[in-house]
Unconditional design. Structure first.
Ligand code: G16
Length: 542
């Protein structure tokens, strides 16, 4: 094996964000860019020697080329074995499952998630640790430190391997196993859910539509929903992954999943609709003429998970990211289980899941998942919803409205202002941060501030601390506004404003969301001076 040691220099800005390193594809394609980051990952984890990794991605532009580079570098760094998805494809939750199932030393997942793909769009790479979850901050900081000190990387001069050939091949001394990306994951889903009950539901005329958004979940949905559960062919749409996601934005929300929204928001629409994102970890749930907010979805799943065999003994606890609505908290209280509030980023759930303190986790950003893997999982959420509906035999709307009657409704919305000049976004955050101490007692749009702070988190398992995780303002009627800058964007800065208001009056549970939140929105605008951004409105409202 002829190892090539290549001299390189640190490249600025290789700091992993909310979920790994995300940059424009052309940036990743620049000389040494990918190689520097991969070598830094290996260096940060004490080397790759003798280790086994899972490697796969969402199939976006540059996925296959980047995998060949990673395989050569893994071999040159002494890795013993890499398990890769056929065609270089693995959904993020399926990769997490393979990391765990094979007791590996971690995985490299290539994805920029819900961001568009293509040579002029986005690419990403993240390292997941042996528990299957995204590297925690301690590890991402070590990776970033390594990127700042790198002087060389190791690779091989070998031809590409055939990523489409199932079975074993060798690169240097390293074994590469190419596996079917779907089968192990599908088997796991079959263990967790009552496939018989879901099959019966689908056979009874219940109609579903799943939009894979030209991304990774297409092959998974075809096998699980159509072949295993008997949904009619064509129930999964846009199911062939493409390198640029059909030119679209693979983000399962009402703004980007327009085709699915149009079909469901109609009296003749299917009974159930769902979509997933670029790498298969997000989900959006719809009923006929009914949108389920991700925060409500978390609460409904927490309340009803026991209806699925995998959770029949109940759940230990629920965790949500801070900006996610507090709907799940009241379910947890009712069930007498623990409820955790973490910073944004799935990596913060890892310790709670490992310790058995949380069983189900969720975020407002269309992510829900459980202790079956260590990533959020789009198809898992779809199957848990179907399992619950199969047992309850009611509509999505009825299920959620009954939930609101019992627990109250957390009206909730997120307003995103995208691609802002970085200085404008940080000025706004500074403006809010500068007022935190003096806000309590003051009134905005007729609402009095009760508490205001910058969210910090101390992990209850390992005591690690994370500060500056969003600015929270609570009003004395229980309403809340949160300001945060996104950690996943690749252009300028994205401001996220999260607004929430709890309504318990049974006759006020079905108002228009933006109207129900209008006073909190007005107060947030007044406090932060959002008008100074010179935008006519948010770019995306979810
Ligand atoms: C990632 C993280 C999520 C986070 C989301 C949005 O999701 O895994 O935990 O909620 O980004 O983060 P931000 O608000 O910082 O942009 P994904 O699906 O992009 O991997």
């Amino acid at each position: 094996m002829d190892i090539k040691v290549v001299s390189t220099q640190p490249i600025e800005g290789q700091k992993p964000g909310t979920s790994g390193l995300r940059k424009k594809t052309r940036v990743f394609m620049e000389p040494h860019y990918l190689e520097n980051f991969v070598q830094s990952v290996f260096d940060a984890i004490g080397g790759a020697g003798g280790k086994t990794f899972v490697v796969g991605g969402d199939g976006r532009y540059f996925n296959a080329e980047a995998i060949q580079t990673i395989l050569r570098m893994a071999a040159a760094n002494g890795a013993a074995h890499v398990i890769a998805g056929r065609g270089g494809l693995l959904s993020t939750p399926a990769a997490s499952h393979l990391i765990r199932k094979n007791a590996t030393d971690g995985g490299l997942i290539l994805s920029a998630s819900h961001n568009p793909g293509g040579i002029d769009e986005d690419f990403g790479l993240k390292f997941n640790i042996p528990n299957g979850g995204p590297a925690p901050e301690g590890v991402t900081e070590a990776i970033f430190a390594a990127t700042k000190n790198i002087g060389q990387y190791r690779t091989l001069e070998t031809p590409d391997i055939d990523l489409d050939a199932l079975g074993e091949q060798k690169i240097g001394d390293m074994v590469v196993s190419i596996v079917d990306p779907v089968s192990d994951y599908a088997a796991l889903m079959q263990e967790l859910f009552d496939f018989g009950a879901i099959k019966d539901l689908l056979a009874s005329g219940f109609r579903l539509r799943f939009d894979a958004m030209h991304a990774i979940t297409g092959p998974y949905a075809k096998v699980i929903l159509e072949e295993m559960l008997g949904a009619p062919a064509g129930s999964a749409i846009n199911a062939t992954p493409s390198v640029d996601f059909g030119g679209g934005h693979p983000d399962p929300n009402p703004a980007w999943a327009k085709e699915l929204m149009a079909e469901l928001m109609s009296d003749e629409g299917p009974d159930f609709g769902a979509a997933s994102d670029g790498d298969g970890d997000r989900n959006m749930i719809l009923g006929r003429n009914f949108y389920v907010s991700p925060s409500d979805s978390l609460a409904v799943l927490t309340a009803n998970a026991h209806l699925a065999p995998g959770y029949a003994n109940g759940i230990a606890g629920v965790a949500r990211s801070m900006p996610t609505s507090c709907a799940a908290d009241r379910v947890a209280q009712d069930l007498g289980i623990e409820c955790f509030e973490t910073p944004t980023g799935w990596k913060f759930f890892g310790n709670l899941l490992d310790a058995g303190r949380a069983t189900i986790c969720g975020e407002e950003s269309f992510g829900t998942g459980s202790n079956h893997v260590r990533e959020k999982d789009g198809l898992w959420a779809v199957l848990l919803w179907l399992n619950i509906l199969a047992k309850k035999r009611c509509s999505v709307a009825d299920l959620v409205q009954e939930h609101w009657k019992k627990y109250g409704r957390n009206y909730y919305s997120r307003h995103d202002y995208e691609a802002l000049p970085k200085a404008d976004a940080s000025d706004l955050m500074d403006r809010v941060a500068g007022q935190l101490d003096t806000l309590p007692g003051k009134s905005f749009a007729g609402q009095v501030v009760d508490q205001a702070d910058s969210f910090g988190y101390e992990d209850p398992i390992d005591g690690s601390k994370s500060s500056n995780q969003g600015l929270r303002i609570r009003f004395n009627n229980g309403a809340r506004a949160v300001f945060r800058l996104s950690g996943t964007g690749t252009e300028g800065a994205t401001l996220r404003l999260y607004i929430e208001h709890l309504e318990t009056d049974p006759v006020r549970l079905t108002q228009d969301v933006q109207s129900a939140l209008s006073l909190v929105i007005a107060a947030a605008h007044e406090i932060a001076g959002i008008g100074r951004l010179n935008r006519s409105g948010p770019d995306v409202i979810t």
